[in-house]
Design a binder for this molecule. Sequence first.
Ligand code: CMP
Length: 137
Amino acid sequence: NQLTHITNYSKSEESRHLIQKALLENDFMKHIEGSQILTIMDCMYTTTLAKGCCVIQEGDDGSSVYVLEEGLVEVTKGGHKLCTIEPGTVFGELAILYNCTRTATVTALTDIKLWAIDRQGYQTIMMRTGLLKHSNY
Ligand code: CMP
């Protein structure tokens, strides 16, 4: 059953704040219900990557949404630089929210620490909340 596969990962109060703030400031995620924002935050797990690593490759199928906690990443499209992303920012949301391929490449400019949630976890949270609501009617 897809609905049972969500796991909470413990995190510091600082990390919880950083993730929530990042989700609430993202133009594409800030309209998600507060309880869902909290559940997404709870389910994010941490990962680190070394300077120079490609986090996201333009054109790939997307599998995760990320929040940057430490370090800097660069966003490029067709080889042209779009911007630098600083800690406390969501990225990689477009392919998951819109079911499209990755719209840009994201590369680590320094060693980085990320929080991630995969597509299935994200969709399970959105669907489970919808089902719980439905059962209240
Ligand atoms: P996604 O398309 O899943 O993967 C690449 C990510 O780069 C994308 O989600 C956004 O989070 C980010 N991105 C794409 N275009 C821009 C842009 N013009 N400015 C800042 N971030 C971008």
